[in-house]
Design a protein around this ligand. Structure first.
Ligand SMILES: Cc1cc2nc3c(=O)[nH]c(=O)nc-3n(C[C@H](O)[C@H](O)[C@H](O)COP(=O)(O)O)c2cc1C
Length: 170
């Protein structure tokens, strides 16, 4: 029995969040497969899903959006959770930020039972166009790493507990 942890990332920070979640699920005794959402060909055989996406321009990363479309309806009988990562400030920790429209659509499609928003990361070390934007935003005081590993790991431990509970109900 394996849990799929899939993610859509451009700068790598959402991939790292997914990695922290995968570590907690593994520590809770669950089997875990950690994959970029675009590399998932099939979801048969997984007992649960965690799908995460970086937010860009008030949208959800295309790889995660496409994942939700490709596997629409496939999680009707298995638990699925979504997370978004993005805000470059502490609002995600201070308040319960709702899913944006595209994340909400993904929730309905799979379907998913819950969604959480985590802070994001944008630093001047980013490569390519992201680095260009990051350096400009840093100049304006909007860059930094606003991810909160402890909160993310605690959320993942809650997901692990719910997956085990879902097993017992099945
Ligand atoms: C051009 C651009 C647009 C962004 N738009 C949003 C946004 O609409 N909402 C948000 O919360 N974060 C936004 N962000 C912040 C990113 O979501 C954040 O940097 C995230 O951690 C990136 O994840 P990744 O490293 O996995 O790609 C934006 C960042 C950039 C560079």
């Amino acid at each position: 029995m394996t849990v799929l942890v899939a993610y859509g990332t451009t700068g790598g920070s959402t991939a790292e969040i997914a990695g922290w979640i995968a570590e907690e699920l593994t520590a809770a005794g669950l089997g875990v497969r950690l994959l970029p959402a675009a590399e998932v060909d099939d979801v048969a055989g997984y007992e649960a899903l965690v799908l995460g996406a970086a937010m860009y321009a008030a949208g959800w990363h295309a790889d995660a959006r496409h994942f939700a479309k490709r596997f629409a309806g496939r999680f009707a009988d298995r638990p699925a959770w979504l997370f978004s990562s993005g805000p470059l400030d502490h609002t995600a920790d201070d308040t319960d930020l709702p899913p944006n429209h595209q994340a909400e659509v993904a929730m309905g499609l799979l379907p998913a039972r819950a969604h959480v928003t985590f802070g994001g990361r944008l630093t001047a070390e980013a490569h390519g166009w992201l680095g260009f934007v990051a350096r400009r935003m840093e100049h304006e005081g909007h860059a930094g790493d606003f991810r909160n590993p402890e909160r993310i790991r605690a959320w993942a431990r809650g997901v692990a507990t719910d997956i085990v509970a879902a097993r017992q109900q099945a």
